[in-house]
Design a protein around this ligand. Structure first.
Ligand SMILES: [Fe+2]
Ligand SMILES: [Fe+2]
Length: 184
């Protein structure tokens, strides 16, 4: 399995969900309408698919090897860039969840925080993904040894198989398609 190709492919699913998040935010702005259940599903996708499934692979299989094997510029790029952005994304989603809860409990002003955090996440992740597609993954492919890339590919394949047995990829792609039908 080509792990980089797989991760680039996962980016396309994540970007599609980001478009859904954007359109749902537009509905909050113009129609003053919040579908709490749909937002909960978007958050579920972001946490389980974009974060645990995708960022988990990047952090545990790829980025750690870039730091230990390449060091220098790769270490800076990973530790001061990619990992910080993964954390910022988690923060925006946590804030989004809290803002939704506030609106649900009658705090009308918190609608601002729903939109602000949803769009901040969308912007952050879109830029993050572009950077990985154009710079970070290419750097990894160029600078990691074939031996290391083979190990990453094998570990990635095992992980995908394990998740596939649990039906994870299928579940979240289906969820994405359902929300796309509703919002796009
Ligand atoms: Fe990432
Ligand atoms: Fe990524």
């Amino acid at each position: 399995m080509d792990s980089i190709e797989l991760m680039v492919n996962e980016h396309t699913y994540i970007k599609r969900m980001l478009e859904v998040v954007r359109k749902a935010s537009l509905k909050v702005l113009f129609l003053d309408k919040i579908d709490y259940e749909d937002f909960a599903r978007m958050i579920d996708f972001v946490r389980k698919y974009a974060d645990v499934h995708h960022h988990g692979k990047e952090e545990k299989l790829l980025f750690n090897r870039m730091v230990s094997e390449i060091g220098g510029a790769a270490e800076k790029l990973v530790n001061n860039g990619m990992l910080v952005e993964h954390d910022m994304g988690r923060f925006f989603i946590q804030e989004l969840e809290q803002a939704l809860e506030k609106v649900k409990n009658g705090d009308n002003e918190a609608k601002l925080d729903v939109i602000a955090n949803a769009i901040s996440y969308e912007n952050l992740l879109n830029r993050h993904i572009d950077k990985e597609d154009k710079v970070v993954y290419a750097f990894a492919k160029r600078a990691l040894s074939k031996y290391t890339m083979d190990i990453i590919d094998k570990e990635c394949e095992d992980f995908e198989k394990e998740m596939s047995d649990k039906g994870i990829q299928k579940k979240y792609i289906l969820l994405l398609e359902e929300l796309e039908n509703k919002y796009l």
